[in-house]
Design a protein. Structure first.
Length: 198
């Protein structure tokens, strides 16, 4: 009898443990997206949506670029002296200024202002998407520069058609394209009502 009661007690403990773990797993499953949203925030939402519309960009792509470039740190500075949320170098900023009306009074220090940085970053991204016929190629150019990407497209070792890259010679740019793409897909998955699957 004692042996039977001990078995029943152990069985209840195992059942209780199983139910606890099952409930915890379910809670974690449903909380997963909430937790992930902490890592994929909708920071600077109004600015990003406004500039994405202005430059006819997918806002999920803009979020993907910002997360890859600065992880939403408006004061970020890279080893190449690229600045702000979308990591623009002073040289690129000065070039883009020639295309943005009423921007001649801005200085490179203004790249730390989220609104200005996102505007100029979106201008550059839009320009690259217009220049190259392939989105992945344009994203590579955002990281590696137009000069490098254009020379890769002219090299049969890296491109068969002069439009798409079959191979990306820079490891950093390969990783960058992967990160931006994954970031964008995660934003579309976590916020389907905002981004959907474009």
């Amino acid at each position: 009898m004692k042996h039977s009661r001990g078995k029943k007690k152990k069985g209840r403990i195992f059942l209780g443990l199983f139910l606890f773990l099952a409930a915890a797993a379910m809670a974690l499953y449903f909380a997963k997206d909430t937790l992930l949203r902490q890592f994929y925030p909708l920071s600077y939402y109004e600015i990003i949506m406004e500039q994405s519309e202005e430059y006819d960009l997918d806002p999920a792509l803009v979020y993907g670029v910002i997360r890859a470039e600065s992880n939403f740190d408006p004061q970020a500075v890279s080893s190449a002296n690229a600045r702000g949320l979308m990591q623009m170098t002073p040289k690129t900023f000065e070039w883009i200024q020639t295309m943005v009306p009423d921007s001649e009074n801005l200085t490179v220090q203004d790249l730390f202002e989220p609104e200005i940085n996102i505007q100029f970053g979106c201008e550059l991204l839009s320009l690259l998407l217009s220049h190259y016929e392939n989105e992945s190629t344009a994203i590579c150019a955002y990281n590696a520069g137009m000069g490098n990407v254009t020379s890769w497209l002219e090299n049969p070792e890296y491109s068969s058609d002069g439009v798409t890259l079959k191979e990306i010679p820079y490891g950093e740019t390969r990783e960058y394209l992967k990160r931006v793409t994954e970031n964008r897909e995660m934003y579309q998955k976590l916020y389907p009502d905002i981004f959907g699957n474009k």
